[in-house]
Design a protein around this ligand. Sequence first.
Ligand code: ACO
Ligand code: HSE
Length: 311
Amino acid sequence: MPIKIPDHLPAKEVLENENIFVMDESRAYRQDIRPLRIAILNLMPTKETTESQILRLLGNTPLQVEIVLLHPRSHTSRNTSAEHLEMFYKTFDEIKNRRFDGMIVTGAPVEQMEFEEVNYWEELQEIFEWSKTHVTSTLHICWAAQAGLYHHFGVQKTYLEKKCFGVFSHRINIPNVKLLFGFDEGFHVPHSRHTDVERADIEANPELHILAESPEAGIYLVATRDGKQIFVTGHSEYDPWSLKWEYDRDIAKGLEIELPVNYYPNNDPSLDPPSTWRAHANLLFSNWLNYYVYQETPYDIDQQTEFVYQI
Ligand SMILES: CC(=O)SCCNC(=O)CCNC(=O)[C@H](O)C(C)(C)COP(=O)(O)OP(=O)(O)OC[C@H]1O[C@@H](n2cnc3c(N)ncnc32)[C@H](O)[C@@H]1OP(=O)(O)O
Ligand SMILES: N[C@@H](CCO)C(=O)O
């Protein structure tokens, strides 16, 4: 939440220069407050695990957040029960006449097929188009980041020779961007993917900015200039155990898989992996909710306004 301080207090300029978000009294007085409406399009097979991971991060804010869980109607889930979906989820058709302050689109284990082979691709494209007019800011995670970059900007994914698997160190590329407020210069994020996006393909589009990346794992955070679309190639939302489950699963299946990098103490898979990315994950989600959703969305959500923020 922003600090509200008197309009002409000298500390206002000092804090603004340090990138602390300060709201003067006159703006604070004018600001109306209501719960934020966030849609979560959950494409993961392990939907219940992902629900906890994302809600844990969205819950770490003083803002009230109202959640609408979505699943693609054009896909029959193998790993989540129909009862669970019936009880807790809606489909796009049921909500497409509403507007949302924010939307999160999760990853999905379909990255090794072409986008057009994914059976809900057409529906996802329809949702991506709708998000441009009905959602203030959309956060795309892992495969959804690749899908969104491809749909909106024609960025192709590329196949990695070896799975990018582990916890990698990252650095900030552009200082003073609100999504990265409070971040340390170096921070850690898990990645778990067989595909990638190329720097040159992102840089070729002047609308896109690479906000953070990793020398080993590559591009991590990309945003449009107005912050309306955020693309996150890693899994900051993962639990400490998520990479272990994936590693154990692949070993049990007899798949070729190396130990996740920089994960187990002494690279010993019998030892408990510590979480080294939780603080960053919380900050990423609360910065997004605060600066890209809450501060930008209109009080009357059905009223369309232009974004004022520019990176
Ligand atoms: C790059 C990223 O975004 S990473 C994020 C993805 N990571 C994860 O999902 C990690 C957790 N997932 C898992 O561990 C595994 O997917 C498991 C254990 C749940 C299932 O593994 P498997 O049995 O080998 O795969 P399965 O055959 O069930 O297919 C996996 C998923 O892909 C879906 N899928 C397969 N083919 C298609 C297709 N053509 N179009 C759309 N979805 C497809 C399956 O339907 C299933 O998803 P669902 O449960 O929502 O229906
Ligand atoms: N994180 C994914 C990558 C495959 O899409 C997994 O290992 O399940």
